[in-house]
Design a protein around this ligand. Structure first.
Ligand code: SF4
Ligand code: SF4
Length: 385
C-alpha cells in the first residue's frame, strides 16, 4: 500500500484553523478512534532542539501540538510529551518553548527520553543494534511532530531526522562521532532509527519554518505548510520536492532511494488535501554548506576535505561564553583558551555542526572552505549563495 501524505496551506498559528486542518488530515490518513483507542498511551515527540521561544522557529510551535493533542484527547488517549533535547532539560525547553499552557489544558504528562537501552534494530539493514530510550517501550504510538528547517549537515531536518531525538543523551554525540563528516553514513543511521521507532503518524510544522543556516541559526521562512503522513520518509520526500530540493542533495531521501525504501519517491505517495501546485515554495534557501565528500571516492575526499568542506568558526564578538558548543562537541574540538575565548581546533573538527545548532548567540559561523571560496571567486559567484 502506498504511503499517504496530506498537505494543507495554513497561514498562521490560529488554534481553530489548525484544529480544523489537523482534523481534516487525520480523516484523510484514516487515523480514527479504531487506531488510537481510549486509554492508549501516546508519545508526542516535537522538535525540542533547545530552549528557545516559539518565535525563533527552532522548536515545533506549541499551537500545532495543541491542535494535535486536542484531536487525540477526543479519542480518549493518554498523552505524553517527550524528547531528549541536545543540552537543556526537557522541563527548561518546555517552559521556554511555550508548552506549559497546553500541558495543563490537555492533562499531558512529561516523558523525558533518557534511559539507555541498546536494542536490536527492526530491519538490521546497517546497524544491528541501536541506542534508543527505554521509555519508548511504554507507548502504544509515537506521534512525530517535526519542524520544517534546513540542517547544515543533512540539508533538511524533517520527519526522519526528528526521530533522532529518541536517542538518549550522550549517545547522540557518540553517533555523530562515528558518522564524522559522512552524510550518507549518518543518513543510514537516521533511516535505521526511524524504521525501528516507526512513528505511525508524522505532522510537520512548516507554517513558519527555517531556511538558510538551520537548524538553530537560519532565517524564519513562512511556507504556510502543514503536512501529515503515515510515513515520515514519504513526508520528507514530498516536502523536499515542494521546496525544490533535488533528492540527490537531500541525503536521507537519496540514501533511501538508493536502497529501495518503498516510500522514498515522492511521486509514489498518495497525496490529499491542497494541490501540490499551491503548496510549492519558491526560492527556499539551503544551508551555505559545501560537502563534496559524499560525491567523491573516499581516498580523494579525505585529501581535499579541509579545503572544500564548510567549517564552523566562533565569532568572539557575539560569543557570550556559555560553553554550550564545548559541551556538545563530540570530538572536544572546542577549546576555551585561557578560560576566556572559545575557539575550534579545526584538525579535531568532524563538521557535524552540533556547535552551530546549539549556540544561543548565533556566534558559530559556517565558513566555506578555502577551495570552495576560490572556486566561487573564479566562477564570479557569491560563496554564501
Ligand atoms: S560560541 Fe555560542 S555556544 Fe559557544 S560559548 Fe560562545 S555563545 Fe556559547
Ligand atoms: S567543533 Fe562543532 S562541528 Fe566541529 S566536531 Fe565539534 S561540534 Fe562538530
Amino acid at each position: 500500500m502506498a504511503a499517504r501524505c496530506f498537505l494543507k496551506k495554513v497561514e498562521d498559528y490560529h488554534h481553530d484553523r489548525l484544529r480544523a486542518a489537523v482534523g481534516e488530515g487525520l480523516a484523510a490518513l484514516q487515523v480514527t478512534a479504531a487506531l488510537f483507542r481510549p486509554g492508549q498511551r501516546i508519545l508526542l515527540k516535537p522538535n525540542f532542539l533547545s530552549a528557545c521561544h516559539p518565535e525563533r522557529g527552532v522548536t515545533t510551535h506549541p499551537a500545532v501540538v495543541a491542535a494535535v493533542a486536542e484531536c487525540l484527547a477526543d479519542f480518549g488517549c493518554e498523552l505524553y510529551l517527550g524528547d531528549s533535547p541536545a543540552l537543556d532539560s526537557l522541563e527548561k525547553v518546555i517552559r521556554k518553548a511555550g508548552y506549559q499552557e497546553l500541558i495543563r489544558r490537555y492533562g499531558i504528562r512529561l516523558a523525558p527520553l533518557q534511559r539507555e537501552h541498546l536494542r536490536p534494530s527492526r530491519s538490521r539493514r546497517w546497524f544491528p543494534r541501536l541506542h534508543l530510550a527505554r521509555e519508548l517501550d511504554s507507548f502504544d504510538h509515537v506521534v512525530n511532530l517535526p519542524k520544517l528547517k534546513t540542517h547544515s549537515m543533512m540539508t533538511l531536518t524533517l520527519g526522519v531526522k526528528n526521530v533522532f531525538g529518541c536517542v538518549p543523551g550522550k549517545h547522540k554525540a557518540a553517533y555523530h562521532l562515528s558518522a564524522g563528516e559522512n552524510r550518507l553514513y549518518f543518513a543510514r543511521l537516521l533511516l535505521e532509527i526511524w524504521e525501528t521507532v516507526r512513528p505511525g503518524l508524522t505532522i510537520l510544522d512548516g507554517i513558519v519554518g527555517m531556511q538558510g543556516n538551520g537548524p538553530g541559526q537560519g532565517q524564519l521562512r513562512s511556507t504556510g505548510l502543514l503536512a501529515m503522513a503515515d510515513d515520515a520518509l514519504a513526508l520528507d520526500a514530498v516536502i523536499g520536492h515542494l521546496l525544490g530540493v533535488p533528492a540527490d542533495q537531500h541525503p536521507v531521501v537519496a540514501e533511501a532511494i538508493r536502497h529501495d525504501f518503498a516510500s522514498a519517491r515522492w511521486a509514489e505517495t498518495e497525496l490529499s488535501g491542497d494541490a501540490v501546485a499551491d503548496c510549492r515554495v519558491s526560492g527556499f534557501q539551503l544551508p551555505a554548506v559545501t560537502d563534496l565528500r559524499w560525491r567523491l571516492p573516499d581516498f580523494l575526499a579525505r585529501r581535499i576535505r579541509n579545503w572544500f568542506t564548510t567549517r564552523p568558526v566562533i565569532d568572539p564578538e557575539r560569543c557570550v561564553h556559555c560553553g554550550a558548543c564545548a559541551a556538545i562537541c563530540p570530538t572536544r574540538a572546542v577549546r576555551n583558551r585561557d578560560g576566556q575565548e572559545f575557539e575550534i581546533v579545526k584538525e579535531l573538527c568532524i563538521r557535524c555542526y552540533c556547535c552551530h545548532e546549539v549556540c544561543p548567540a548565533r556566534a558559530v559561523d559556517l565558513r566555506p572552505g578555502q577551495g570552495t571560496r576560490l572556486l566561487y571567486h573564479f566562477s564570479g559567484s557569491d560563496s554564501r549563495e
